[in-house]
Design a protein around this ligand. Structure first.
Ligand SMILES: [Zn+2]
Length: 284
């Protein structure tokens, strides 16, 4: 009883290939496809939720390495075409309201450990190609000890929401998902994707355009390990180059952001007259 999902490319929905006679599975597949094509959703949402389909397949190990590689390069081209670099701001904003670079874990961002990481390994990936940003939550009630309110998670820069997940529940079918509730955003001016994990409530959905510093979620303790008492409440922030989904050290970006979610424009990278791809600015 094997149902194989084949990723049919960036321009298409995934084709369902049923390798054995499983006729009772067909209505489920039709239902899934219908939910993606719901007429209640605006056109842009439908179009852009395709990346979410790709992301879910990668996360859940339902795509071969070759198909994944193909998906990455097709998506890189498609995003670049649909969201021209010059039409978006590249200012960087610190992604937790009320916090700053001092709250990033480790010393000078040494919590970043990209070795062994591959986006295509999905939920089973190795390494820690990310920065963890810790908040004041000693009693682990997901509320800021100082304000008594949830901590707002802000978009790192202007961008397009590509994927969200908000169904994580301890003891539920998704409890093995390490990121818990999460958001993926594409930042056209920087040509990177940002990934925010261990969220509580998610306020955006695929296709949404967000400003840099705009609230996209509240911070939580969702995720297989992040939900355990040994884990202090934190945001897991990962930045990947859109061209190849290789990780970049977000610490260098965070250093250039103003503190406390202020709306002041951040210092930006300069590459002459052109918008500077972040991975070029981060080459060190
Ligand atoms: Zn982390």
């Amino acid at each position: 009883m094997v149902m194989k999902l084949t990723y049919a490319g960036a321009g298409f929905r995934p084709a369902l290939r049923i390798t054995k006679r499983l006729s009772y599975f067909i209505p489920i597949s039709i239902l899934l496809n219908l939910s993606l094509l719901s007429p209640a959703l605006p056109q842009a949402f439908q179009r852009n939720s395709d990346w979410q389909v790709f992301e879910r397949m990668v996360r859940d190990g339902n795509i071969s390495f070759q198909e994944g590689e193909k998906g990455i390069s097709e998506w890189s081209r498609r995003l670049e075409t649909e969201f021209p670099q010059g039409q978006f701001q590249k200012d960087i904003f610190f992604p937790l309201k009320g916090y700053s670079i001092r709250d990033v874990g480790g010393k000078s961002g040494d919590g970043y450990y990209p070795k062994g990481y591959s986006f295509l390994d999905g939920n089973r990936h190795q390494g820690h190609p990310a920065q963890d940003i810790f908040v004041r939550d000693r009693d682990q009630d997901r509320l800021d000890d100082l304000t008594g309110r949830p901590v707002d998670v802000l978009a790192l820069a202007e961008g397009i929401v590509l994927s969200t997940f908000s169904d994580w529940k301890k003891g539920g079918p998704s409890q093995h998902i390490r990121g818990g509730n999460y958001v993926w955003i594409y930042h056209p001016a920087l040509k990177v994707l940002s990934y925010y994990a261990h969220l509580e409530k998610v306020f955006v959905r695929p296709g949404d355009k967000v400003q840099g510093g705009e609230g996209i979620a509240t911070l939580g303790r969702s995720g297989k390990n992040a939900s355990l008492p040994r884990s202090p409440t934190h945001l897991h922030l990962m930045v990947l180059a859109a061209g190849n989904m290789e990780p970049l050290n977000a610490f260098l970006l965070l250093k250039s952001s103003p503190p406390n979610g202020s709306s002041l424009p951040a210092p930006t990278f300069s590459c002459g007259a052109f918008a500077c791809p972040v991975y070029q600015a981060l080459a060190f």
